[in-house]
Design a protein around this ligand. Structure first.
Ligand code: ZN
Length: 228
């Protein structure tokens, strides 16, 4: 799969449905390179990095995590540079890592989730780590000519939702935040969704980027969310 270019500063490695791999994003600053999400396995990270290399792009200095779910975090142990996550994300990852020390839980996950089973098969080991850098509310990184405003937000998908806004390019990265909560019988919390819709509306952005879709315009995403 090839790296796709959104503009001169932003690239993405497209999502892959078969194994539930989310889109991995690359922000190219003059000083710092940053990725959004670590992917679902070491193999996913390797594929992403070779796609970067084939475009002459350096490996990321930082990788920001949008939320703790396996498809966004199980590649964290294998990234280049440092990872950044919300403190709740690390708490969830600690719980997951403790559970995974029990082989029965590993088998359960593989039975329960065919995408995970396809990614890991029988031999690949699941490795879960917490992030190198942790924050609670927000963190702004000046990448050089482009800024990443990383902040925690309320969302129906997970408690630890982190969004990334790039004001210079008017792009908002939303991870899976607009989806229902798969760990709570796929419950869609209307209040939280409405709060998120308000946040998107009040953000000066042109494009909204979701973890498991192609890039969308803000209008399209809002139209879709309001129809839910
Ligand atoms: Zn998710």
């Amino acid at each position: 799969m090839e790296l796709k270019k959104l503009n001169d500063r932003i690239f993405y490695y497209p999502h892959q449905q078969e194994t539930d791999r989310p889109m991995l994003v690359y922000l190219k600053g003059e000083k710092i390179m940053m990725a959004v999400d670590a992917g679902n396995s070491a193999d996913h990270v390797d594929e992403f990095y070779s796609a970067l290399e084939s475009k002459g792009l350096k490996k990321p200095d930082f990788t920001v995590i949008t939320h703790w779910h396996w498809d966004h975090t199980f590649g964290m142990h294998h990234i280049h540079g440092l990872s950044i996550a919300h403190n709740r994300t690390n708490e969830f990852l600690d719980i997951e890592r403790a559970k995974l020390s029990d082989n029965e839980y590993v088998q359960f996950l593989k039975k329960d989730d065919e995408c995970l089973n396809r990614e890991y098969g029988d031999n690949k080991k699941i490795v879960v780590v917490r992030s190198d850098i942790q924050f609670e509310k927000e963190l702004t990184i000046n990448l050089g000519g482009v800024t990443a405003r990383i902040f925690h937000a309320e969302s129906p998908h997970s408690e630890d939702t982190v969004l990334i806004y790039v004001p210079e390019e008017k792009i908002l990265f939303l991870g899976d935040s607009t989806s229902e909560d798969f760990f709570n019988d796929s419950y869609m919390d209307r209040d939280k969704l409405d709060k998120l819709i308000n946040l998107i509306e009040s953000t000066d952005c042109k494009y909204c980027i979701l973890g498991h879709a192609e890039p969308l315009t803000k209008e399209r995403l809002l139209y879709y969310l309001k129809s839910l």
